[in-house]
Design a protein around this ligand. Structure first.
Ligand code: MG
Length: 395
């Protein structure tokens, strides 16, 4: 019997309103513009005021449907255009069993024009995730079983972000998470109200020596400033510091990593092994943080395996999404030998569970992998009210 082929590729922009923007309430001088975006003064980065996502639906010739998701949190139409106009038509008729070959073929399409990163690779990532989902469903296997083997059915989760508006609120939040069974917590320098060192000091004193504390420095510092800061943080025994200096400054990252007394983590902004390789060679970090929404499963696995060859750990990044690329990230992470924990964006993940059908949960310190064939997750009926017309403002 012939194996099913890829027949149709569709994209959807999802925009779900939220009361408090990601990273907490608006600060002085921050506002939402007419396209629905805000700029965080702390890291000069633009964010949507809603929870944004781009979904990819692939229908196989026998009617089997697979779902993918990628980044489209800003200018999502750029991603959907690439898929609708370029990638979708190219993969029509392809065999989903050739998923990694397809990923490589799509990557090759635009190299001659200088596109081997950014939105182009995000678009490929979403398509890649959807093909893996179709393949798993056609083979009646969870995706993790197709990635070389399953090591875990639960993954330790670390709390990402304490979006309270005062230090007391943040401490109370952290203590509540610890009471639920979480043992690792990261705060964000970009919204660190009382200062980065002060926040770690207060958290360490409130939570005790056993809890793993991390800080995301959001590329705020020069290499020398980051080293100086790390020396001040050292007294509070951080588990890692993240993204100390700007991603373009590979030598600076390597300098920080060599100079400080704790692991450096980075990589959420990188998409392929080709972007990771020079940083691995220079030992710019000891923990890599691939983001499934940027990498897709095929690249994520290659990055994770290459990290293992460099004796680096993988602690995947998890950002704003409906949950589909989060599920893909759990499948991939559970197949790797060097993944001790996974980021948990509690302010997004739990709320968005109402928009997906899945057994995936994060409870008492652990993510549970979704059950079922493929990724084990699909959009629920309730999400379709939030489809944003292509080209419309994000509000
Ligand atoms: Mg980060």
């Amino acid at each position: 019997m012939d194996f099913a082929r890829i027949e149709r590729v569709e994209t959807f922009i999802i925009s779900i309103p939220r009361g408090v923007p990601y990273l907490g309430p608006l600060k002085e001088g921050e506002s939402i513009n007419e396209r629905g975006y805000l700029i965080r003064k702390g890291n000069k980065a633009i964010y949507p005021s809603t929870d944004m996502s781009v979904l990819i639906k692939i229908t196989a010739s026998d009617g089997t449907v697979g779902w993918g998701e990628t980044y489209g949190i800003v200018a999502p139409d750029a991603v959907t255009s690439i898929i609708d106009d370029v990638l979708g038509p190219v993969i029509k008729g392809r065999d989903p069993r050739d998923v990694m070959v397809i990923q490589e073929d799509l990557y090759d399409l635009m190299r001659v024009r200088g596109y081997f990163g950014g939105y182009f690779v995000d678009a490929i990532a979403g398509v890649d995730i959807a093909i893996w989902d179709v393949l798993g469903k056609l083979l009646k296997q969870p995706v993790v079983k197709l990635l070389g083997g399953q090591r875990k059915s639960k993954l330790p989760a670390y709390i990402s972000g304490l979006p309270g508006s005062s230090m007391a609120e943040r401490v109370a939040m952290a203590q509540a998470f610890v009471a639920q069974g979480y043992t690792a917590i990261k705060y964000h320098a970009v919204v660190s109200i009382d200062g980065i060192v002060e926040e770690m000091k207060v958290l360490r004193e409130a939570l005790g020596p056993q809890i793993k504390l991390m800080v995301d420095l959001h590329w705020k510092f020069t290499a020398q400033e980051a080293v100086q800061l790390a020396y001040r943080l050292q007294a509070y025994n951080p588990y890692f510091i993240e993204a100390p200096c700007q991603p373009e400054d590979i030598e600076g990252q390597a300098h920080v990593s060599r100079s400080v007394g704790m692991p450096v983590a980075l990589g959420e902004e990188l998409r392929t092994v080709f972007e990771y390789r020079p940083r691995m060679e220079r030992r710019a970090m000891s923990i890599v943080q691939p983001e499934m929404g940027h990498t897709g499963i095929s690249q994520f696995m290659q990055i994770g395996r290459m990290a293992n060859a460099f004796h680096m750990q993988v602690i995947p990044h998890a950002s704003i999404g409906l949950g589909i690329f989060q599920a893909a990230s759990l499948h991939a992470a559970a197949a790797l030998p060097n993944c001790p924990m996974h980021e948990y964006q509690h302010s997004v993940f739990d709320r968005n569970l109402q928009y997906v059908n899945t057994t995936m949960r994060c409870e008492a310190g652990y993510f549970s992998l979704p059950e079922g064939a493929g990724l084990g997750i699909e959009p629920a009926e309730s999400v379709w009210q939030y489809v944003r017309p292509k080209g419309a403002a994000n509000s």
